[in-house]
Design a protein around this ligand. Structure first.
Ligand SMILES: NC(=O)c1ccc[n+]([C@@H]2O[C@H](COP(=O)([O-])OP(=O)(O)OC[C@H]3O[C@@H](n4cnc5c(N)ncnc54)[C@H](O)[C@@H]3O)[C@@H](O)[C@H]2O)c1
Ligand SMILES: N[C@@H](CC=O)C(=O)O
Length: 493
């Protein structure tokens, strides 16, 4: 059965790039196969565009910008809301596509479609609220103020772990602001991006406003970063590639937003019920099979409840089901590819060789070559890779701590600063930790922390800027100051 036969609307499965409202082949006949990580089967192929075709996408976005920015904000809102409605209407197909190319269980994929669509609705509305200011004038007979204007063309480069929501969180903000966009999705998961393009077209988003380019990642990114007509780059992905792109954008002095890696601490206070905290930690660790920038990577538990916590964690972890996300009640799908499995195994081996205890995680039970069974390690210490690197895998590491000052210092001992979790009901402990934790987001007694109203983003090497929330649209807006002089009698306004 081919992929399109699994969809009720087969036209959502596209194997072309989408530029200037046209489905596009690569002129050089280069292409890339896309695999189902659960089965290893090829799902289809995507073309790689040639450099002149990437430049052509910038030409198209430049031409479309003239008209798109000139629309009234409420007109852009209408088109974005039509896109939102189509995402909702096709959520089952979008979820199926996502599970096939990314591997996450179907209920999680449905959740991501909802999540991704919610950003479109949010920014459709926010576009109507990009207010400027009036400034009390210090210049006689003048009126001062600001206007908000779209920055121009935005290049959006996105990862494979959230193939739809990482695009809409950027694209909807940029498009609502009046920008045109060129999306470069991850080669592992292009089909969700292309389905978004198909639905954007049906929603009446004009040609050239939403483009999806495909190609060799370093080549495409360089062309977009070096092109002076591209005014903003928004990237979600690894810190390694983020640093590279930041450098590449320096020459053209672009607006750069970076959503990079995380290495979240999950702190459990001595006052917590160990069962409640352990169950929450399992949820925070194993979301998206651990391939999540918010995954709880370092679980720091007060020594007084450590042993009970470990027992409950192991019990809960043992109940997790691992398998093909399209089949039955599955908690964890495959990892994205074999290299991810090898990296996870190396991180586990490194920890064990340095003294960690393997409590659970028998890889002989893995249902396929891209699967990695959940692992629980205790006695994790700072010299281990598991402490410093994002494992991006279902590997949980637990460390005991003695007091509040020590655990804050441990939590901050990372180059990353995306998200931290804190479980305690002691308000003084909460307040102290909230202020001391060097992370862009701190979630207290809640695994879920994201959504459209939230300013999502990190500090330190986890990124620059914020996505979502009331400030997310600012990444795509310039502030233009004006001074209207010689007005006669307006002094004092
Ligand atoms: N902070 C966030 O909001 C957030 C969200 C999701 C994922 N992430 C991070 O993303 C990473 C996982 O995603 P990934 O493996 O796709 O990341 P990645 O950095 O390898 O790839 C991200 C994107 O960059 C492209 N790319 C890869 N190499 C490139 C190069 N040399 N030059 C230019 N572009 C290149 C890829 O094709 C892809 O489109 C993790 O580090 C995760 O924490 C962060
Ligand atoms: N779960 C994150 C994506 C990180 O990988 C989000 O909600 O943005």
């Amino acid at each position: 059965m081919t992929l399109s036969n699994k969809l009720s609307d087969p036209r959502l499965f596209r194997q072309y790039a989408y530029v200037d409202g046209k489905w596009t082949h690569g002129d050089g006949n280069r292409e890339e196969a896309v695999f189902d990580p659960a089965t290893g089967e090829a799902l289809g192929h995507i073309p790689w565009l040639e450099p002149h075709q990437i430049t052509g996408a910038v030409d198209a976005a430049e031409a479309a910008f003239v008209h798109w920015r000139a629309l009234r904000a409420d007109e852009r809102c209408e088109r974005l809301l039509a896109w939102y409605d189509l995402l909702q209407a096709h959520r089952e197909d979008l979820a199926t596509l996502m599970t096939l190319e990314q591997g996450k269980p179907l209920p999680d994929a449905r959740g991501e479609v909802e999540y991704g669509a919610s950003f479109v609705r949010w920014f459709a509305e926010e576009g109507k609220r990009t207010f400027g200011e009036t400034i009390p004038s210090h210049i006689p007979n003048a009126a001062l103020g600001t206007l908000k204007e779209p920055v121009g063309i935005a290049a959006l480069i996105t990862p494979w772990n959230f193939p739809l929501a990482m695009i809409t969180r950027k694209a909807a903000a940029a498009m609502a602001a009046g920008c045109t966009v060129i999306v470069k999705p991850a080669g592992e998961t292009p089909f969700s991006a292309l389905a978004l393009a198909e639905l954007a077209e049906r929603a009446g988003i004009p040609a050239g406003v939403f483009n999806v380019v495909l190609g060799e990642p370093a080549e495409v990114s360089k062309l977009l970063c070096f092109d002076d007509r591209v005014k903003a780059l928004s990237f979600t992905g690894s810190t390694r590639v983020g640093r590279l792109l930041l450098e590449q954008c320096a020459n053209t002095v672009k607006r750069v937003s970076l959503e990079l890696g995380g290495n979240a601490p999950f702190i459990v206070g001595p006052d917590m019920d160990p069962k409640e905290a352990a169950f929450a930690a399992v949820a925070a660790k194993f979301q998206t099979a651990g391939q999540d920038c918010l995954a709880a990577d370092r679980i720091l538990v007060h020594e007084s409840i450590h042993d009970d916590f470990v027992a409950y964690f192991a019990e809960r972890m043992a109940a997790l089901t691992v398998g093909n996300g399209l089949e039955g009640e599955i908690d964890l799908g495959p990892l994205i590819h074999r290299q991810a499995v090898e990296k996870a195994a190396a991180i586990v081996d490194d920890a064990i060789s340095k003294g960690a205890t393997l409590v659970a995680g028998d890889q002989s039970q893995a249902p396929g070559e891209n699967f990695f069974m959940p692992v629980l390690l205790t006695g994790v210490t700072r010299d281990m890779k598991l402490w410093h690197e994002e494992s991006f895998a279902p590997v949980a590491g637990i460390t005991a701590y003695e007091d509040d000052d020590q655990v804050i210092e441990m939590a901050n001992d990372t180059e990353y600063g995306l998200a931290a979790y804190l479980y305690t009901h002691d308000i003084r402990r909460i307040w102290k930790a909230l202020r001391a934790l060097e992370f862009g987001m701190v979630s207290v007694n809640s695994v879920k922390m994201t959504g459209p109203p939230v300013p999502f983003g990190g500090v330190k090497h986890s990124g620059l800027g914020r996505e979502g929330g009331v400030t997310g649209i600012d990444e795509y807006l310039e502030t233009k100051y004006y001074c209207l002089g010689a007005l006669g009698s307006v002094s004092g306004s």
